[in-house]
Design a protein around this ligand. Structure first.
Ligand code: FE
Length: 132
């Protein structure tokens, strides 16, 4: 179990860029093809935009055609938590940062063969660290 980061809503609002706050703390979604990372193929690590936890590796990133960064798996299974999301008249599986409980996106069972999973993640919930 990771050491959880726990901050008040006011602290998060104060610390985060408004778009990062909207996505990570208010379960927002960016428009498809609008984020910084959906088309990126640069090798490196994707970190939680709110707490810096390493969440995804570019090796698991693939082009799903969705317009959001898509990964076949998290960098470490313990890096993310999954939760049933019944909002907007759908049943989906929400993906959250296991360290700070930030909303990242959703996971769908239509991914590439290795895992069959598509982690559909908002660019706004991520920071990128290029490989040296
Ligand atoms: Fe986090």
């Amino acid at each position: 179990m990771k050491d959880k980061i726990s901050k008040t809503d006011a602290q998060w609002r104060d610390e985060l860029d408004p778009e990062v706050y909207r996505i990570t703390r208010q379960k927002g979604t960016e428009f498809a093809f609008s984020g910084r990372y959906w088309a990126s193929k640069t090798p490196g690590k994707y970190l939680c935009a709110a707490c810096g936890e390493e969440l995804f590796d570019s090796e698991a990133k693939y082009d799903s055609g969705s317009g959001w960064p898509s990964f076949s798996a998290p960098a470490d299974p313990a890096a993310v938590e999954e939760k049933t999301d019944r909002s907007h008249g759908m049943i989906r599986t929400e993906v959250l940062c296991s360290r700070c409980d930030s909303h990242l996106g959703h996971v769908f069972p239509d991914g590439p063969p290795e895992t069959g999973l598509r982690y559909c993640i908002n660019s706004g919930a991520l920071d990128f660290r290029e490989e040296d």
